[in-house]
Each structure stands twice: as structure tokens, then as C-alpha cells.
Design a protein around this ligand. Structure first.
Ligand code: ZN
Ligand code: ZN
Length: 107
């Protein structure tokens, strides 16, 4: 199972929630219901799960610009890191990070 970057956006115009999937730095997304253009990077409330390039530990982070590893202290730009999961619920991010770490150890 490959984790996807998926987030739910609620359209401020028509109030309909829709899935938004992104691998790039998307700035705007169009609502599929009313086609309103919605900025998606205005505020970062999401928790993202990233993998530290140095110690390979998956962990949730709210960083938007700079990531700092809680395990080894490694620091890198968020742009440079792969985001494995993105959610508004920090508990989900913690669980995903745990599962990814367990899967990594299992190999
Ligand atoms: Zn809409
Ligand atoms: Zn690390």
C-alpha cells in the first residue's frame, strides 16, 4: 500500500467538501461543484507525515518551511521532503507515522 497525499477541502462558496490530491506545491484548486478558485496554501493547518532523510524515521510535522527531525535533529527544507500523508487530524498523522515506522522495521 502506497500512502497518498490526500486532503479534504471544503469550498467556501458552496460548502461542498471534496478531495484534493497533490504532489506539487499547488497554490489554487478549483471546486468541482461550483468551480470557484480556492487558495490552498493560505494557511497551513495540516499535519504532514514525512520521513527524515537521515535517520529514516517517519514523523508528523506541522512545519511549513523548515523541518526538524525529532529523533536526530536533522533539518531540511519542507520543499525537499516527500510528504507521505497530510491530514487535519494530528492523531491520524501520528497513527500513520507509527504504521509506516512499523512497516519499515518489519522489512
Ligand atoms: Zn464550490
Ligand atoms: Zn532524523
Amino acid at each position: 500500500m502506497k500512502p497518498h497525499i490526500k486532503t479534504i477541502i471544503i469550498c467556501p462558496q458552496c460548502g461542498k467538501p471534496f478531495h484534493f490530491e497533490s504532489t506539487r506545491k499547488a497554490t489554487y484548486v478549483n471546486c468541482p461543484a461550483c468551480s470557484k478558485t480556492i487558495p490552498v496554501r493560505a494557511k497551513e493547518k495540516h499535519v504532514k507525515v514525512v520521513c527524515c532523510p537521515r535517520c529514516k524515521v517517519y514523523q508528523p510535522t506541522r512545519a511549513t518551511v523548515r523541518f526538524k527531525c525529532r529523533m536526530c535533529g536533522y533539518s531540511d527544507r519542507m520543499d525537499a521532503l516527500k510528504i507521505y500523508y497530510k491530514t487535519l487530524k494530528s492523531r491520524d498523522a501520528t497513527l500513520i507515522a507509527q504504521k509506516l515506522n512499523e512497516a519499515r522495521k518489519g522489512k
